[in-house]
Structures are given as C-alpha cells and as structure tokens.
Design a protein around this ligand. Sequence first.
Ligand SMILES: *[C@@H]1O[C@H](CO)[C@@H](O)[C@H](O)[C@H]1NC(C)=O
Ligand SMILES: *[C@@H]1O[C@H](CO)[C@@H](O)[C@H](O)[C@H]1NC(C)=O
Ligand SMILES: *[C@@H]1O[C@H](CO)[C@@H](O)[C@H](O)[C@H]1NC(C)=O
Length: 288
Amino acid sequence: MQLHVSPSMRSITISSSNEFTTDLMKIKLAARHISSRTLFHTILILAFLLPFVFILTALVTLEGVNKCSSIGPPLINFGRILVLKELYDLDFLALFPNLDKVVFLDDDIVVQRDLAPLWDVDLGGKVNGAVETCRGDDEWVMSKRLRNYFNFSHPLIAKHLDPEECAWAYGMNVFDLQAWRKTDIRETYHSWLRENLKSNLTMWKLGTLPPALIAFKGHVHILDPSWHMLGLGYQKDTNIENVRKAAVIHYNGQSKPWLEIGFEHLRPFWTKYVNYSNDFINNCHILE
Ligand SMILES: *[C@@H]1O[C@H](CO)[C@@H](O)[C@H](O)[C@H]1NC(C)=O
Ligand SMILES: *[C@@H]1O[C@H](CO)[C@@H](O)[C@H](O)[C@H]1NC(C)=O
Ligand SMILES: *[C@@H]1O[C@H](CO)[C@@H](O)[C@H](O)[C@H]1NC(C)=O
C-alpha cells in the first residue's frame, strides 16, 4: 500500500502493488486556488480520514478496479522486505502501531539490489537512516545544505538552523519506529508547519522535506551514499558507473523516465523492469 500526495497537495493517490500490477485511486483534495488556512485544515481532516481511506482502498482493490493515473506507476522489485510509503505529517505511528521498522520508498525510484542488508543497518538509536546531500562527486546534485531549503532572512529560521548544515535525502529511508515513538518528532513537525502558515509561507515553500529537516534534527543516521543515488530526474551528467552500482536510484526532478522529457540514457535502468504486455502498463501509454 502506498500513498502519494501530489506536490501541489491537491490530490492524494493511494496505490497497492505487486511486482507488475498497480491499483490506483486518486482523490482530489481541493479547488485550484486554496488559501493556506484551507490547506492546513484539509491536511488535518485528511489525517483523520486516512484510516477509513485505507479500508476503502482495500475494498476497491478486492473488487479489482484498475485505473490508470497521471503519475507513473511505482515499479519496484519488492524482494523480501516490507515496503511502505507514507508522509510524516500523517499519523504514521498511529496507523501502524505494530510495526517497529519501515523502509520508505518514493514512487520514482528503482530498487536494483536486495535491500535486506539495509534493513539490518545499525541506526545507532537514531530514527531516520538517510543519505546526505552535500558531499560527493556530483557537485550539483550533492550541493544541498539547509540554506537551499529555508529563508534565512526569517528570524525564526536564522535562530534555530545553521545554513551550512548538510541536508539529507528523502526517498529511500529506514525509519526505526520504536525509536521514533520515544521522540516528539511529530509535534515538532506540526508546530513548524503552523509557524510557516502563520508567516504566510515565508519560512520555506510548500513541501514535506523542509519541516522534516527540522523535525528529524539530531535523529538522522547517515547511510553510505551507494544506498541511494539521487538526481536522475534533473540532470543528465549522471555518472553511469555509479548508477549501476547504487542499490536504489532516484529519478527525483521533472525528467521522469516514463515521460518524454526523461533522459534517454537513464531510461533503460527503469524500462528494463517494465512489463509492456501488462494491461495496466499498456493503458498508461508509457513510453517504450
Ligand atoms: C500574512 O498576510 C496577511 C494578508 O496578506 C497579512 O495581513 C499578515 O500581516 C501577514 N502575516 C505576516 C506574519 O506577515
Ligand atoms: C524571507 O523572510 C523575510 C523576513 O520574514 C521576508 O521579508 C521575505 O519576504 C521572505 N522571503 C520569501 C521568499 O518568502
Ligand atoms: C507480463 O504481463 C503479462 C500480462 O499481465 C503476464 O502474462 C506475464 O507473465 C508478465 N511477465 C512477467 C515477466 O511477469
């Protein structure tokens, strides 16, 4: 089961998938022009409604409703580990009270290696295992520090954050939910969301990463970069050797491999897992 809230936060897509088929359900959230207050309330209401949506989706799936969506299907080699996708601002912990650990995968990634060893990485008591985004050969992709995400002219940001601090990547993370339950990450996340709304969204632009960067401060265990290679959707000068070696490659950025604007030489790493004789894939008119 996967959840995808569109970047504009106007729709939520719920999907459940096995290796080659995906059931999708898309829910529109609001009209095109919405105030930040409406948005905030919508998020609260959604958080409340989510458990019911899960049940509804399960029923839809049982009935075998197969609908195509504008987003690409998540094509993931599931292997033998649990894969879940969720957002921190929804009540992650309450939804999965019996889970102790989760591997979180975005819907624009390809898993190229067995992730079982990732499951066993010692997070040293931290909550979130993630790769850093400020060191590495690729000077453009690996140039993300807190100053790239926040408005440091805002007094609250300047007071609490260091602009030079390295950011971490969202898209392939290991979350230790047992450790998470002992923290106030969720409360911190929500209080910063509220502050940003009060400041008319001048602290950071909409997005889930900035408030997560604050909320998980001090709770992140840095993973080896070969676990998660970023930037395949926004730059074409990607080192192909590194793409081959990475456990997970991430097409973050606009140039998704299933779109015409995808980078030609990076596409095969995705297409080799696509089953073009599958009805669902066929109906999606994915580039061949
Ligand atoms: C936010 O915008 C509203 C309306 O434009 C304005 O009245 C208010 O003072 C602004 N608040 C801040 C903190 O800038
Ligand atoms: C950054 O914060 C300052 C101070 O609150 C504000 O005047 C400015 O408009 C903000 N910049 C953006 C892009 O929101
Ligand atoms: C591809 O999809 C077709 C139709 O759903 C199915 O019969 C076939 O087994 C699939 N191929 C693989 C490799 O799973």
